[in-house]
Ligand binder design. Structure first.
Ligand code: ADP
Ligand code: MG
Length: 277
């Protein structure tokens, strides 16, 4: 992986810099105001995501994982510090990014085809081209033949696939995924992980992937970061040594896997002050 040449984290003012970085956090603070007062989620949070990297984020519930993704997507603003994309501070919704949120966000009144077409419609892609691209994408995620179904006629896994198709249809260079395979059964999870690996290998996209599953994180990622309880910081930054390409159902038997697993497991603070959201 390239050296972005910007690893000095001196004590000067935060500043966005390196062009080889996809996303960077410089001394980011995030405080939510609540009735009980200030609620500090991130403090002096520094993170660099390199272009083309597959980064996994794990950490206890409430540690700010979704907040980090929301900041990357430009759906929220830092209270202090800088969040930048390709060297430029993010000031609005980040159109470079496809965001697969934690919760089901398909529109129930639209067919699968129409749901997946929404990002193209927003971008003014003509109807004929829209239909072709949507059909192709649905085929790619294994939803061929379900174009005219509505979300409530699909299984949970199929809805996730439809959301993935809707995220990928406009070919964003960066993908944010918030516990995308969490509620799925083990078999389907492996199938979708393999699809994601294939896509990542083929396209060189940057992926930031939040999961509570350490095995999944090690299996997929180049690097896994562990967040602490809030105010959150990066407690462990673990480069994954397992070679590529990886077979998702075999990565756990690869040399080095166990060591990664032990280190990550002992860094994650289970329990603590946070409620499950
Ligand atoms: P995680 O994804 O790691 O479970 P989140 O990023 O969702 O954590 O949330 C971190 C903390 O910030 C949680 O305690 C949550 O309740 C709080 N929080 C998140 N979004 C808001 C918001 N918009 N307003 C107030 N508090 C929030
Ligand atoms: Mg979350």
């Amino acid at each position: 992986m390239e050296n972005p040449g910007s690893t000095n984290r001196d004590s000067g003012p935060p500043r966005a810099s390196a062009p080889m970085l996809d996303i960077e956090f410089r001394k980011v603070g995030k405080v939510f105001a609540s009735r009980k007062g200030q609620f500090e989620v991130l403090r002096d949070f520094d993170l660099e995501v390199r272009r083309g990297e597959f980064l996994a984020i794990v950490g206890p519930s409430g540690s700010g994982k979704s907040t980090v993704l929301n900041l990357m997507a430009g759906l929220d603003r830092p209270t202090s510090g800088i969040v930048a994309c390709h060297g430029h501070p993010i000031t609005g919704v980040n159109s470079e990014i496809g965001y697969l949120t934690q919760h089901d966000s398909l529109m129930p009144w639209l067919t699968v085809e129409d749901n997946v077409a929404v990002p193209l419609e927003i971008r003014g892609v003509p109807k004929g081209e829209r239909r072709d691209r949507v059909r192709r994408m649905l085929g790619d995620v294994g939803l061929g033949g379900f174009e005219h179904h509505h979300p409530n006629q699909l299984s949970g896994g199929m809805r996730k696939r439809a959301m993935l198709a809707r995220t990928l249809i406009y070919d964003p260079p960066t993908l944010l995924m918030d516990e995308p395979f969490g509620p799925l059964d083990a078999q389907l999870k492996v199938v979708l992980q393999a699809e994601l690996m294939r896509l990542w290998n083929a396209t060189g996209k940057t992926v930031v992937f939040v999961t509570h599953d350490i095995v999944e994180a090690i299996t997929l990622a180049d690097r896994v970061i562990v967040l602490s309880h809030r105010p959150s910081r990066i407690k462990l930054d673990e480069a994954i040594s397992i070679g590529r390409p990886r077979e998702v159902h075999e990565a756990r038997f690869a040399p080095g896997f166990e060591d990664h697993y032990r280190r990550l497991w002992s860094a994650i603070e289970i329990g603590g002050s946070e409620q499950v959201r």
